[in-house]
Design a protein around this ligand. Structure first.
Ligand SMILES: [Zn+2]
Length: 453
């Protein structure tokens, strides 16, 4: 394959400049990804809008208070009953509203051959998601309203601390508590690939006991891998679909990217950032929920009033939506850094490009989506951008190697600048960029239709 790099912007150069996807994807491949994105988009956007509109409608009018009071009455009309039943009603309504959008997205993806699961399995997943959300949310609101009862003015202070702590605990527990609800995980079977992957981690100075394989194929043909957990629960997971369809060398490049996340401590740093974000969000909630016009609109007397629950949910949904683009921007930078790590570790831009092509085609990704969609929703740079960045990295390395060769004296001469494969020692250039985190470990989990890995 021709390794002559096409002229591409250097890393860090104008990130808004759109690279040209034509050398790597045929018009038919690009059209297929774009068509899937366009077919899914109204439903995906509709789901987001509905997910925001419902809490706003219930929380900024007396409707939510009326709902909480009504369902609370079924369970004895106590304050606790109103809080718990009201929260459960909000969760159930919210998830029910998502169902038609999710079903529509699923139908589109069936047409593109991305779905391997029947409707029964899909419905069971929805029920599992609902049960998991209730298990997580109900104790939280109970704790929250214990604090508002303690002090309707100052509840947010301990709540902010608790939110930060819970973010860390949930990040730690995610692989034990959340992931097994949806997938089975098995250690990768012994073999050449496993040996190669563990050797790669070893070369990177990262202790990896195992690469876990998720049984994603019971749901989808899409390919993905991710890192989650903290400390003892840290794990690198690959979809079984990846192992069965990608070339071993492509899997190595994917795992090299995941090792980048581990190396740069993206999950712990992201969890810390998420914890700070959660604390700030709770403090803002405390401020807003003390504002009389909002309480009046919601039909609640103060934050200790269980009828304030829909208002708190509405404000939380609003804060979440407003911070989405910033979280995505941070995530895209982290993903780009993990890509650079994969390139530094393997020195293999050619296989990196092959891996990106494999992922984009298997997942029917839009390889050059509209910039506005990228800015608002993309957790990963587009395949085109990632490939362009790899080519730029390769070009810069060729230049570096050529300069190094010229500077050196002796008989080494012009030993193939492009032929050198290993370059395992140039992480220093990335050291200064530490400190960027991922917003939350869940950000790295599959979101159908998005870029992955
Ligand atoms: Zn990643």
């Amino acid at each position: 394959m021709d390794t002559t790099p096409a002229p591409q912007p250097a890393p860090g150069a104008d990130p808004a400049a759109t690279p040209d996807p034509t050398p790597d994807f045929t018009p038919a491949e690009r059209a297929r990804g774009r068509a899937l994105r366009r077919a899914q988009q109204p439903w995906a956007l509709g789901a987001r809008l509905a997910g925001l509109a419902l809490p706003l409608l219930l929380g900024l009018t007396p409707a939510g208070a009326a709902l909480a009071t009504a369902v609370g009455r079924w369970f004895g009309d106590s304050r606790t009953a109103t809080v718990l039943a009201g929260a459960a009603a909000l969760v159930v309504l919210g998830q029910a509203l998502q169902l038609p959008f999710g079903a529509a997205v699923r139908s589109v993806r069936v047409r593109y051959g991305l779905v391997t699961q029947g409707w029964a399995g899909w419905a069971l997943d929805a029920l599992r998601g609902l049960a998991l959300t209730l298990v997580l949310v109900l104790p939280l609101v109970l704790g929250l309203f214990a604090l508002t009862a303690w002090s309707p003015q100052h509840w947010w202070l301990p709540a902010a601390g608790a939110a930060a702590l819970l973010t860390a605990v949930l990040s730690f527990l995610h692989p034990l508590l959340v992931e097994p609800v949806f997938n089975r995980f098995t250690p990768m079977p012994p073999g050449e690939l496993r040996t190669a992957l563990l050797a790669l981690a070893d070369r990177d100075g990262i202790r990896v006991r195992d690469v876990l394989v998720a049984d994603a194929s019971r749901r989808t043909t899409a390919l993905n891998a991710y890192v989650s957990g903290l400390g003892a629960t840290r794990r690198i997971v690959a979809y079984d679909t990846l192992l069965t369809t990608a070339e071993p060398r492509e899997v190595e490049l994917v795992v090299a990217h995941e090792l980048g996340h581990v190396k740069h401590r993206d999950v712990p740093v992201g969890t810390a950032l998420g914890a700070v974000g959660a604390a700030v969000a709770v403090a803002v909630l405390g401020l807003l929920a003390a504002w009389q016009p909002l309480l009046d609109a919601a039909g609640a007397s103060d934050a200790a009033d269980p009828r304030a629950l829909p208002l708190l949910a509405a404000l939380a949904a609003l804060l979440g939506a407003a911070s989405g683009p910033a979280q995505c921007a941070v995530s895209r930078r982290i993903e780009a850094r993990a890509d650079r790590h994969a390139l530094e570790l393997t020195g293999d831009a050619e296989q990196f490009v092959a891996m990106q092509r494999r992922l984009a085609l298997a997942n029917v990704s839009d390889v050059d989506p509209p910039r506005v969609l990228e800015l608002l929703f993309a957790t990963h740079p587009s395949a085109t951008r990632r490939i362009a960045a790899a080519r730029a990295w390769q070009a810069a390395r060729v230049t570096r190697t050529a300069q190094g060769t010229q500077g050196r004296q002796g008989t080494e001469g012009t030993q193939g600048a492009q032929g050198t494969q290993a370059s395992h020692s140039s992480h220093a250039s990335q050291a200064g960029q530490a400190g960027q985190g991922r917003p939350a470990p869940e950000q790295h989990r599959t979101d159908p239709g998005k870029s992955v890995v």
